[in-house]
Each structure stands twice: as C-alpha cells, then as structure tokens.
Ligand binder design. Structure first.
Ligand code: SAH
Length: 263
C-alpha cells in the first residue's frame, strides 16, 4: 500500500505546481481509503458526478488547455485525442469525479492510470502516423491504449496482471475502442507475432530496456520507456533505431510503477 501511495503522490517529478502537491496529497489519502477498504463508500466522491457527457467534455477541454497546452504539448492530433477519450470511463467509479485532475489515480492491484500530461507527452514523443503499428506494454486501465487508438488503428497492448488485462479489454470494447488488440502476458517478450512496430511505449519502469523490445522495434522506429530502479529517480528515455543502431536520450525524471516479470 505504501508503494501505491508513493506512486500516486509523485509519478512525474517535474515540473510540479504547489497546487499539484496538495492535489497529490489528497489523492494519496483516497488511495489509503481505497486500499483500506473499510470506510463507507458514500464518503467517496459520487460515481455519477462526471457522467453527464457535456460535463465531462468540458472537463476534458479544460484539461487540454490548462494541463497540456500550457506545458508545451502542441501536436493537434494528440490534443484532439486527449480531448476525445472519455478518461472518466477508465478510472474506478469512485474516482470518476477526479478523472480529469492533474495527477495519476489508483486503478486497483497497486497500479495507477498515468497523469494526463504524461499520457500526452509520451504519445506526442512517439510521432505516431495513421499507418503506424504501435505496441504498448502495461495496459492498466486501457486509457493510454485508447489514446493511441485515436491516432492509428494498429494498437497492440499487453498487461501482466490478469484481472487488469480482462477488465481493460472489456472496457476498450464498451467504449468503442474495439480495434485495440489486447493480450494478457509479460510484456518483456513483446508481441513477436505482430512485430515489427513503428512505435513502442512502456508504461512501467524497467531496470533496463528489454532486449526483445529493441529487436521488435522497426528500423526508424521510436520507443519511450521509463528506466530506473523502483526506489530511485527513473528517467523517461527516448530510444531510436536508425541503420540498425540504437540511440537513447533521457527526456525527464519520472516515477512509474515497477515493470514486473512473470514467475
Ligand atoms: N497505461 C496504463 C497505466 C499503466 S500502470 C493506463 O493507461 O492505465 C503500469 C501497468 O504496467 C500496470 O498495470 C502493470 O501491471 C503493468 N505491467 C508491469 N509490468 C508489466 C509487464 N512485464 N508486462 C505487461 N504489463 C506490465
């Protein structure tokens, strides 16, 4: 539980506003409550709060302006994707009212849905074109996969926790993202049958870049992956493959949930 609190408190280390710190403390409190599971559900924000489609559309527009454009996200297709995907349908119902806040949220099993800015940033950095084939490792709620599916209809996503893989797969279908290919399994091995990929996104922090993912990256392809120990600062890395050579560049300090391995 302590780990979950830490991750919800700080997924992206900079830049962070004072208001974000307060917000993250509030979210951490909610994480404690959801993990403790013994406080009345009525105490938690109402599940219906953001369900009015106009209401959530307005919240998304505000999120795009105040959290994304203001921090430099400028690709119109990424901004449109972020303004389109109903994030509130990808978070647990008792966190729906908080779906558009400037931070990550718990999705159960000690995992989190990333902060909207991080989702947009990682998507923008991959420079996805409509004909691209994209692999995401760490489906979680399915939200990031849905954002990718707004940009290409060749999205492959893998999740190691069976319960999350099942629920995300159902949620993606229910929300109309049925073009997404979702599979349960250890993403360390990638998805060889569908390789090579123009872009690969890993949404859990690995100690090193899994070699099978490098192999499955197309010539000219891009990968974004948080690299580092779960207990220290991790770096969001951009990995590029050009003329069979791999180059890496550190983009920013981040804090992600750990990359796990199957037994
Ligand atoms: N992209 C998700 C959030 C990711 S949280 C979203 O939009 O909601 C990171 C996810 O990576 C967790 O669900 C975790 O279970 C998963 N994960 C960790 N290690 C993995 C691995 N080896 N293979 C596949 N998924 C993994």
């Amino acid at each position: 539980m302590l780990q979950a609190i830490r991750y919800s408190l700080i997924e992206r280390i900079c830049p962070m506003r004072k208001s974000s710190v307060a917000l993250r403390l509030f979210i951490a409190l909610l994480v404690c409550i959801s993990f403790a599971g013994n406080l009345p559900v009525a105490w938690l924000p109402s599940a219906t709060a953001a369900e009015n489609p106009l209401d959530s559309q307005l919240k998304r527009r505000k999120m795009v302006t105040s959290q994304l454009k203001s921090r430099g996200i400028s690709d119109p297709l990424v901004l449109r994707a972020m303004a389109t995907v109903p994030r509130h349908l990808f978070v647990p119902s008792h966190f729906r009212r908080l779906a558009y806040v400037d931070g990550p949220l718990p999705i159960g099993h000690g995992q989190t849905i990333s902060q909207p800015y991080i989702v947009a940033y990682m998507t923008e950095i991959l420079q996805i074109k409509p004909h691209h084939r994209v692999l995401e490792i760490g489906t979680g709620s399915g939200y990031q996969a849905a954002v990718l599916a707004e940009l290409t209809n060749q999205v492959y996503t893998m999740e190691i926790i069976p319960e999350l893989a099942d629920s995300a797969s159902k949620r993606l279908k229910e929300t109309g993202y049925d073009s997404v290919n979702a599979r349960q399994g250890d993403g360390y091995h990638g998805w060889p049958d569908a390789a090579p990929f123009d872009a690969i996104m890993v949404t859990a922090a690995a100690e090193f870049i899994p070699p099978p993912l490098l192999q499955q990256l197309k010539e000219g392809g891009r990968m974004v992956i948080p690299v580092g120990s779960p207990f220290y600062i991790q770096h969001l890395m951009l990995v590029e493959k050009r003329q069979a050579k791999i180059t890496t560049r550190s983009l920013m300090a981040v804090r992600f949930v750990p990359f796990r391995r199957s037994q």
